[in-house]
Ligand binder design. Structure first.
Ligand SMILES: Nc1ncnc2c1ncn2[C@@H]1O[C@H](COP(=O)(O)OP(=O)(O)OP(=O)(O)O)[C@@H](O)[C@H]1O
Length: 249
């Protein structure tokens, strides 16, 4: 990664009382890069995403988004970030476009510019015809697409996807993954895709394995398989996260 990373996490730690949820976590996402953050339950993925999206402050370490330190330039840094959270957050009684308009206003977008951005994102995801329907009328897969469109309305450089495929059927899962890969290719967005589903990491540029608050490995999917001497990515992930010990990153 020659140029400055879009997302730069350095030695970040976070505890809940005596429990260390993250312990010296470092990772980077570059322009046009899809990085899969793989971790079993309790690895610390949600905690990391809460820190990255400004909901909590890290106990130690630094987070830079688009070169801006989250601690000292929070508003400007968060303006460069789009997030799809694990828990659905659409207002189901509002129309699809109205959900996006609400988000656009939070980012200071209004009037014609907001309308154009909303129309463009819904059209890109094949949802233009559904814009006036209540979100409740959409399938689970399409609701997630609306959340993706919403995360992109303000044209962020970095996109965080936190277990975004939870609850979706296989076809919808694949579709969402393909939509995000297409976005990386067409716009150069940097994506951090958190999941415990190993198959979602197969097409990633890099994989970061997080376990019990530590980064155990960073590299390409092929490098992870080779590092573990495993038959495939799933076997490598299982091998790496089977115990509580630390491995070389
Ligand atoms: N609010 C909290 N108070 C106390 N402990 C917490 C809290 N939130 C998370 N933890 C603990 O921190 C650790 C990391 O949890 P976190 O939810 O970040 O992991 P995760 O990788 O997102 O897991 P999952 O996939 O199960 O959501 C776990 O041991 C969890 O029990």
């Amino acid at each position: 990664m020659a140029e400055q990373p879009l997302l730069d996490v350095e030695q970040v730690s976070k505890s809940y009382g005596p429990r260390k949820a993250l312990d010296g976590v470092s990772l980077q996402v570059g322009r046009g890069e899809f990085v899969a953050l793989l971790g079993p339950n309790g690895a610390g993925k949600s905690t990391l995403f809460q820190l990255l999206s400004g909901l909590f402050v890290a106990d130690g370490g630094s987070i830079r988004i688009g070169g801006l330190d989250l601690r000292t330039h929070m508003t400007a840094a968060l303006a460069r970030l789009g997030v799809v959270f694990q828990q659905p957050t659409l207002d189901l009684d509002l129309g699809v476009a109205a959900n996006l308009r609400y988000h656009a206003r939070l980012h200071g977008l209004g009037g014609r510019h907001a309308r154009e951005r909303i129309d463009a994102e819904l059209a890109r995801l094949g949802l233009a015809e559904r814009a006036q329907e209540p979100a409740r009328a959409l399938s689970g897969g399409n609701r997630r697409k609306v959340e993706l469109a919403r995360a992109l309305v303000h044209q962020p450089e970095v996109l965080l996807m936190d277990e975004a495929t939870v609850g979706l059927d296989f076809a919808s899962r694949r579709q969402l993954l393909d939509d995000v890969h297409a976005l990386v290719a067409s716009r150069g967005v940097g994506v951090l895709w958190a999941s415990h589903l190993v198959d979602e990491a197969e097409g990633a540029d890099r994989v970061v394995v997080l376990h019990l608050g530590h980064v155990l490995f960073t590299g390409t999917p092929a490098e992870l398989v080779a590092h573990c001497g495993a038959a495939d990515l799933a076997a490598a992930f299982l091998q790496l996260t089977a115990g509580g010990g630390r491995h070389a990153a």
